[in-house]
Structure formats: structure tokens, C-alpha cells
Design a protein around this ligand. Structure first.
Ligand code: DQA
Length: 137
């Protein structure tokens, strides 16, 4: 089984960015732990701060992978293009967020990804990604 994790803007700074919200662990370190836990799955990781690059990766992985875990970060709340890309591809997409976006500013309550997502996992810290992997098993 092939699963891709796609992270959007500012998530390259996990571990140092707003640690009271996002925690102190880098995503690279967490991703290694995930690979160790799920050795039977081929896990791929991509991060970009650029909207078009995220859309290109959705197109690339979206016809080749069994599932995509997408944290579009701030673009979740603004990007019609990313929402359309999720609708356009074949692979099921699970939307994840580290923080509970519904317990934050009202502009974070909107998601252009959710209507096209297979499911949504929000607010479990980095464990949101592990729960998303499990949802594909
Ligand atoms: C986030 C929540 C978004 O509102 C925010 O812009 C992020 C991270 C999360 O994982 O909690 O960058 O997607």
C-alpha cells in the first residue's frame, strides 16, 4: 500500500513554530517514527509553501497512490484550487490538522478541502497523521 503525506505552508517549521499549538517535534522526526510503526506501508512525504506545487503533487500522487493524507495548513481555509484538485483526483484524501481548528479563529472553521475529503481528523496533535494512516488500513 502506498500512502503520501502532503503538508502545506509553514509546516516545515514544525518543532519551532508556535510550539504551544503545534508541539516541539519536527515533522521529519515524526515521519521517521511513522515509517518505523508502519513498515508494511510505503510512506512518502512532501511539503511545500507554494500553492501550485501542492496542486501539482496532488495531481501526481492522486492517480498513483492508495491514499493521500493532506494538511493544506493555511491554504485549507483559502484555496479553491486545492479543493478542486482534491475533487479531480482518484486517490482518497484524508484531511488532517494538528490543532483543533474549530477551537481557533473563525476563519479556520472554513475548509475548501473537507467537501471532497474521504474523512477529516482534527486536533490530535501529530497523532492526527497516525490516525489517518490507520484509517486506510
Ligand atoms: C493547521 C491549522 C491551520 O489553520 C494553520 O494555518 C496551519 C496548521 C493544523 O495542522 O493545525 O498552518 O493546518
Amino acid at each position: 500500500m502506498k500512502i503520501a503525506i502532503i503538508n502545506g505552508p509553514n509546516l516545515n517549521l514544525l518543532g519551532t513554530r508556535e510550539t504551544s499549538i503545534y508541539g516541539k517535534q519536527s515533522f521529519q522526526e515524526y515521519f521517521s517514527e511513522l515509517q518505523f510503526k508502519f513498515t508494511e506501508i510505503e510512506l512518502t512525504y512532501f511539503q511545500s509553501n507554494i500553492e501550485g506545487e501542492l496542486i501539482d503533487k496532488l495531481h501526481e500522487y492522486g492517480f498513483a497512490y492508495d491514499g493521500i493524507i493532506l494538511n493544506a495548513a493555511a491554504y485549507t481555509h483559502t484555496s479553491v484550487g486545492i479543493g478542486d484538485a482534491v475533487k479531480a483526483i482518484e486517490s482518497p484524501v484524508v484531511e488532517v490538522h494538528i490543532s483543533n481548528t474549530f477551537d481557533r479563529e473563525s476563519y479556520r472553521h472554513i475548509s475548501y478541502v473537507s467537501p471532497a475529503a474521504k474523512g477529516i481528523i482534527v486536533g490530535f496533535g501529530l497523532a492526527s497523521y497516525e490516525l489517518a494512516v490507520q484509517s486506510f488500513l
